[in-house]
Design a protein around this ligand. Structure first.
Ligand code: HEC
Ligand code: HEC
Length: 452
């Protein structure tokens, strides 16, 4: 038998190590990680149990709950009350908007705080309102003082400072959420990194490299993929937060929301592990949106033309069609500022930040600014009006015109299109529909709002 000499063995070993290193480097820098071969799955019985919990109209001390049931503070009685457009699990109208708040560091409290303001409470004592929130976080009054010596006196003015900022967000559709859960952080980071590289190497730059690269939102579990601001990395964390904040249901991982007026109020978890798993299984297996090609030849050509324009005018730089092995999702999961001029005071905060004289810590860098939003995934967009985070754009055309700030170049290109071309872009967006096999909404239309 032929045997390798010691030198040959060393060479072979070196070659092997080199190969492994090359594969590792390639893997790390040039791939999105493992492709997604199979979509999300769960046992049918679990999904059915989860659907029941999603549609269940919760009551205080509900027999299905292991704790105090609905509340003490809540926004609606069921998940389905808000998530219903285009089928169970879809988006909601503006009536279902949720209100969140943040409080900047202020004298006596150096912490940055965030929370939610709830529309309802099980007893009047726990009622929350803008007024009660304001009473807890009042405007820090400014002052005017005289300074200097008798020869040179000057006036020092410290302006009023409002540490409180509220914002409303509208209900997103959950179709395909299980697929989003499967997208690897690596794919999102790789796209952000390669755009960053291209914009550094200007000579090689393509047309759209003046569009700033959005911000990756890093949260404890990884890259934030869920929520208008990418607040959570995983679907199950968001579902737990929705249980806690929207319905006041505690889960094994997350306590129910506490009333502003009773921060020590507690209750055992309302959902046990099996119930929570079932609810996640239902949301995770909601079908993903579809691209529906129109039947009529003329309409088909129009939509195809619009799709091409969507690429050539630069929409697809942020609304990336395929991400991390999931086709037709149209987002890069990065944060951008589309408002212009940015609603900033001198300190880069929303409204005037704390006056420098107060020497307060500023907003932590890891927190998105109030004017930063994650690129909306456009799949299913035809069935999720109104548009933008707060639902302030009634039509797709309005939503596109509101693309200023980081998207200004592309917004201008859209505006410069002929009316027919603009309509083609809209025609393309209208092919991005809610899944036809979405579960049907069972509760009769009227009970949704009456139940709030
Ligand atoms: C009062 C209305 C309301 C109710 C009730 C509600 N949601 Fe939502 N849901 C919202 C809003 C508003 C958002 C967007 C929140 C954000 O991004 O900050 C949202 C977002 C979500 C998301 C994130 C989707 C994504 O891709 O970013 C999930 C998951 C979710 N809800 C699940 C649920 C579940 C499960 C329930 C029931 C336990 C529920 N929601 C009840 C209004 C509601
Ligand atoms: C710089 C990145 C960027 C570019 C370029 C961009 N968008 Fe957006 N788009 C966003 C962000 C971020 C949002 C969410 C903004 C918000 O909610 O306030 C958004 C939201 C939208 C929405 C609303 C979706 C919803 O569910 O509410 C539509 C429609 C849309 N974009 C279409 C387009 C079209 C068409 C183009 C090209 C003309 C385009 N976008 C270019 C970042 C971008």
């Amino acid at each position: 038998m032929h045997r390798l000499s010691p030198t040959g063995q060393r060479r072979l070993c070196g070659l092997g190590l080199f190969g492994i290193a090359a594969v590792a480097i390639y893997w790390n820098f040039f791939t999105d990680g493992l492709p997604i071969m199979w979509g999300p799955t769960a046992r049918a019985a679990e999904v059915a149990a989860g659907r029941e919990l999603f549609e269940h109209q919760w009551e205080p001390n509900d027999p299905l709950a292991h704790g105090d049931g609905l509340g003490p503070v809540y926004n609606a009685r069921s998940c389905g009350a808000c998530h219903f457009q285009g089928g169970l699990g879809g988006g909601g109208g503006r009536e279902q908007n949720a209100v969140s708040f943040e409080v900047l560091p202020r004298p006596g409290d150096p912490n940055f705080r965030t929370g939610n303001l709830h529309h309802f409470s099980i007893t009047p004592a726990f009622k929350e309102s803008n007024d009660s929130l304001r009473a807890m976080f009042p405007i820090v009054k400014g002052s005017t003082t005289q300074s200097g010596d008798p020869h040179c006196r000057y006036t020092v003015t410290i302006p009023d400072f409002d540490p409180l900022h509220t914002q409303t967000v509208q209900t997103t559709a959950l179709f395909g959420a299980g697929w989003v859960d499967l997208i690897s952080d690596r794919a999102i980071l790789r796209n952000a990194r390669s755009r960053g590289l291209r914009s550094v190497v200007r000579e090689l730059s393509l047309d759209f490299d003046n569009i700033p690269v959005g911000r990756v939102r890093h949260v404890p579990g990884g890259v934030g993929k869920f929520g208008w601001k990418g607040q959570f990395a995983s679907l199950s964390e968001f579902v737990a937060a929705a249980c806690a904040n929207e319905l006041g249901l505690g889960t094994p991982t997350t306590e129910q929301a506490k009333p502003l007026s009773a921060p020590d109020h507690t209750s055992p978890p309302d959902l046990d592990k099996a119930q929570f798993r079932a609810l996640v299984a239902f949301v995770k297996t909601l079908p993903k949106p579809v691209e529906v090609v129109p039947d009529q030849a003329a309409a088909q050509a129009d939509a195809a033309h619009g799709k091409a324009l969507f690429g050539t005018i630069g929409c697809a730089v942020c609304h990336i069609p395929d991400m991390g092995g999931v086709k037709g999702i149209y987002t890069d999961f990065l944060l951008y500022t589309l408002s212009e001029p940015p609603p900033t005071g001198g300190s880069g905060e929303y409204g005037p930040g704390p006056p420098s004289q107060l020497e307060l810590p500023s907003r932590p860098d890891s927190e998105p600014r109030p004017d930063e939003w994650k690129t909306a995934a456009l799949w299913g967009v035809a069935d999720s009006a109104p548009y933008l985070h707060d639902g302030s754009a009634a039509t797709l055309h309005d939503a596109i015109l509101r693309h200023r700030g980081d998207a200004r170049i592309v917004g201008d290109k859209y505006k410069a299109l002929t009316p027919a071309d603009q309509l083609a872009v809209i025609a393309f967006l209208n092919t991005l529909k809610a899944p036809p096999d979405a579960p049907k909404v069972n509760s009769p239309a009227g009970t949704r709002l009456a139940s709030r």
